[in-house]
Write a protein that binds this ligand. Structure first.
Ligand code: 8YV
Length: 332
């Protein structure tokens, strides 16, 4: 490539996507990071104009050593793992991948809702392990999904998609929190905007879909859990640290709430020593909210398009910090 541009690609891009990037830059690929190649990765980033990939590992020191870096294109909608303030200071553009994962992540949330209410995994284990020896009775009954009140904490794109499934597919009354009311959700679904405390005390199923940041750190703590109904379930497809995991473990253990369905944890992968593994009333998934073939492919393409658009000056579709970027570059 004559442009003299260099891109570092970490994880998750297929051959076609890498070829597309190679039309605008030289591309150095890291399939994964480990003890042996982490230094090489840092060195590559220090020479790069663009960094693209999933679960990007980028810290302030790396930014300080990467004077050419212009664009970071993450294959995720969340970007809590990236040092945004420092990127703003340095005029580095950050792009994410919204929209393309909305419906898939809403499907995952609903799978957790269904499975948690009806105890699907626990009862499947009973069959597999040869413990289905008599007719199932009360002690194995679940709770309905249809008609139950669904509380959406953070009615953004994904939250709205979950609310639609609940209201239109399962006749569920919808409560939601959001920075501002969403008239379209109220008109379409009869959803009701309310304060978190009210949502927690009224919902049968509480579904967390907020981005993780200083305002949402441990949003669900012991006090919040205590506000929930004792037969309620907590679903988390957002980020583990939105919940005080220790408090949740206590609450599940003592029956403060009935159950939880979790796709995200305060530390991932979840430690094999986590007390969560000892609880029957929690369903655990390995962060697969967006993990379908179709959606991961669409996310990677979206990140590739963002990278190329940004590096070639055509403009990225999903610029997270466009305003700060313009300011840093002297545009208004
Ligand atoms: C990502 C996610 O794949 O998009 C997000 O924010 O949580 C997942 O879809 C994950 O963060 C790894 O990059």
């Amino acid at each position: 490539v004559e442009s003299g541009r260099r891109i570092v690609a970490l994880r998750r891009l297929n051959h076609e996507q890498l070829e597309r990037l190679r039309q605008v830059a030289e591309v150095e690929v890291f399939d994964d990071l480990n003890e042996d190649n982490r230094e090489a990765f840092r060195a590559a980033v220090s020479r790069a104009h663009g960094l693209i990939g999933g679960k990007l590992e980028l810290d302030e020191d790396m930014l300080a050593e990467a004077p050419l870096l212009e664009v970071v294109s993450t294959i995720s909608v969340g970007y809590d793992h990236l040092p945004l303030a420092e990127m703003n200071d340095r005029g580095i553009l950050l792009c994410n991948t919204p929209d393309v994962l909305t419906e898939t992540t809403a499907d995952t949330a609903f799978a957790l809702i269904m499975a948690t209410q009806r105890r699907l995994v626990e009862l499947s284990m009973m069959v597999r392990e040869g413990r289905w020896t008599a007719h199932v009775d009360r002690e194995h009954f679940g709770s309905d999904v249809h008609g139950k009140t669904l509380g959406i904490v953070g009615a953004g794109r994904i939250g709205a998609a979950i609310a639609r499934r609940g209201a239109l597919g399962f006749g569920m009354p919808i409560l939601y929190t959001a920075n501002s009311a969403k008239p379209e959700l109220e008109a379409e679904l009869g959803a009701q905007h309310c304060h978190l405390d009210e949502l927690l005390s009224r919902a049968d199923i509480v579904c967390l879909v907020v981005p993780y940041n200083v305002d949402t750190h441990h949003l669900i703590d012991a006090e919040a859990l205590a506000r929930m109904k004792s037969n309620a379930a907590l679903i988390n497809v957002a980020r583990g640290k939105v919940v005080d995991e220790q408090a949740l473990i206590e609450a599940l253990h003592h029956g403060v709430i009935r159950a939880a369905g979790l796709d995200v944890f305060s530390q991932e992968p979840l430690s094999v020593d986590s007390p969560l593994l000892a609880l029957d009333n929690v369903l655990l998934l390995p962060h697969i909210g967006s993990a379908t073939h179709e959606t991961r492919d669409a996310m990677a393409w979206r990140a590739v398009d963002n990278m190329i658009g940004a590096l070639t000056g055509k403009g990225a579709v999903d610029a997270v910090n466009a305003q700060q970027w313009r300011r840093a570059h002297g545009h208004n």
